[in-house]
Design a protein around this ligand. Structure first.
Ligand code: PLP
Length: 380
């Protein structure tokens, strides 16, 4: 089995599993209870919150622990727009966002908001100029992803943040794919809302956080008990919260080395693929994007057929993003970058590395791609 789909999700680290297991057994007290068992669980959550906050240079009071990246994005966008509609009903996002941003935007359109979907160039990035051109008097929120989940391109977050701060327009970024490899500083980058998910950094699925400045006084998305500083009802998932904190602590220690390994393997892959004679082009701006994502156009080779061949050999990777991989829809990201009907949208593969992938694994995938290519070529 060869796993090249780390942008979809990552294996949970054994150290994280150990913390979760310990917490499942020991932290059964409800953190809202005032007796010792509850108080101890609360302390564990407070400690994790400090780790979440420091990972993006934020204040712990500005962290809302959520159930996933999708919930973080929904919380960042929907109640914010509803609260500010008196000020304006215009929102800005980009055409290449994850569905966890695009679908809340579509929902708001149904409620009468107007959304501008910025186009991207063939690097997959939006430009500061395009944001400047799109901003209007009634713009209340801009949501742009930090790094794209299909091609890995990184948006100019700090420049856009600084411009929007001057204009007094709220800025959200979906940092789910960037959090593992990039150093994020919400203050320096003028980010008001930022979404993160644990399962992309070797934590468990089903836990994430949203950085949201308390001083913004934005309304809740999930209504219920007074958990999360009264911002999100629901008894806390202490084991996963602690597991997520452990994953972040490990990530921060190993980030540089892990980035180096992933980038090294990506470079190796490209040079060996070139030697193999399989025609290809990179989609996006390799090596300028996040180091784990390599997206390749293999002209004439259909993504869905390649995925089946890879699966038969135990190689796991993706064409579009994981959430749409079950369907044969062309990638909305590649279409936005290269135009509708461009063969890249249906003839590309996303290979996403983890630090433990090896050059042998890369060689196995390359020889499979070579044999698919040769067969196809022979069959005309
Ligand atoms: C850019 C991006 N945003 C949001 C999400 C959704 O995160 P989660 O799976 O934790 O809901 C993903 C996951 O694929 C993603 O890649």
């Amino acid at each position: 089995m060869i796993y090249f789909d780390h942008a979809a999700t990552t294996p949970v680290r054994p150290e994280v599993v150990a913390v979760i297991q310990e917490s499942l057994i020991e932290d059964y007290g409800n953190p809202s209870s005032t007796y010792a068992l509850g108080r101890r669980t609360r302390q564990h959550i407070d400690q994790a919150r400090r780790i979440f906050a420091s990972s993006v240079k934020a204040d712990p009071a500005d962290i809302i622990i959520t159930s996933c990246g999708t919930e973080s994005n929904n919380t960042a966008i929907i109640p914010t727009a509803l609260a500010l509609e008196g000020k304006g009903k215009h929102l800005i996002t980009s055409a290449t966002e994850h569905h966890a941003v695009l679908h809340p935007m579509h929902y708001l359109e149904e409620l009468g908001f107007e959304v501008t979907y910025l186009s991207v160039d063939d690097t997959g990035r939006v430009t500061l100029q395009s944001v400047m051109d799109a901003v209007r008097e009634d713009t209340i929120l801009v949501s742009l992803m930090y790094a794209n989940n299909e091609v890995g391109s990184i948006n100019p977050i700090a420049e856009i943040g600084s411009f929007l701060a001057e204009k007094n327009i709220l800025f959200h970024t979906d940092a789910v794919q960037a959090f593992g490899s990039e150093t994020i500083d919400v203050r320096q980058q003028h980010i008001d809302l930022l979404s993160v998910s644990a399962h992309k950094i070797n934590g468990p699925k089903g836990i994430g956080f949203l950085y949201r400045k308390n001083s913004l006084h934005l309304p809740n998305f999930i209504h219920g008990g007074s958990q999360e500083n009264d911002h999100r009802g629901g008894t806390e998932n202490t084991p996963y919260i602690r597991g997520f904190a452990k994953a972040i602590a490990l990530m921060e220690i190993e980030r540089e080395e892990s980035n180096r390994k992933k980038r090294g393997l990506g470079n190796y892959f490209l040079s060996e693929l070139e030697k193999s004679g399989v025609p290809f082009e990179c989609n996006g701006v390799y090596p300028e994007g996040v180091p784990h994502i390599l997206n390749l156009w293999l002209p004439g080779m259909r993504s869905d057929k390649m995925l089946i061949q890879c699966d038969l050999k135990g190689i796991m990777l993706a064409a579009g993003s994981a959430c749409t991989a079950g369907s044969l829809e062309p990638s909305h990201v590649l279409e936005a970058m290269y135009g509708k009907g461009n063969p890249r949208a249906t003839e590309s593969l996303r290979i996403s590395f983890g630090p433990d992938n090896t050059t042998d694994e890369a060689d196995t995938l390359i020889s499979l791609l070579k044999s698919i290519h040769n067969k196809q070529y022979k069959n005309g």
